[in-house]
Design a protein around this ligand. Sequence first.
Ligand code: ZN
Length: 239
Amino acid sequence: MNVTVACEHNPAMDSEEGKRAYPEGLGVCLKEMLSEAGHCVTLVTMDENGAEGLTDDILAKTDVMFWWGHWYHQKVSDEIIGKVADRALRGMGMVFLHSAHDSKMFKKLLGSSCSLKWREDGEHERLWCVDPTHPVARGLGEFIDIPEEEMYGEPFDIPTPDELVYIGWFRGGEVLRGGCVFRRGAGKLFYFNPGHETYPTYKLPAVRQLLRQACDYVAPALPLKEKICCPHIEQFSVR
Ligand code: ZN
């Protein structure tokens, strides 16, 4: 499967904490995690120039796209957002990580503000599985512990998820729908809240297994549709 990781590189990643968490870079960590599963992975770095490395050629080959962004959401052009959303609605799978909840891409596909409560305090998060039969949660037990994470809490302004797989609980008492599947058009997308850039969450074996299973779950089951439009609209439209 061809997987594209669209991952930001921001100044927090060059801080002491950022480098300690991911000396190789967060994007490279995600790329290696997915390459180990046998996927052909392309890493596109987003920065103050937006996502200009995300070319039409790369997009045209992508079966599943991972999206991690934080500082530069507004730098990603509406043209690229439109092209990626079009492919997602035609069946490409997407996995949105952590602060991607506030990306133009996520908000476009969900149609709400996607705002939430947050506190950057390196707190213990316990992700409770609320659907043990779900393929994303296979073999991962009742819960996953993340020693240090940024708190993300409810109210999370998202539509009711089509499938809720995990609820995150934080030491401060807050909870969040932190592992959710949404179906949009012919595609599926998965949102996963952990993954602040200064905590090494994506090094945890259980998180890596979960994200690889999420990648498989949102992958297109059929060849991508040529276009989103219903054929009957064309058939009956006035000529
Ligand atoms: Zn964060």
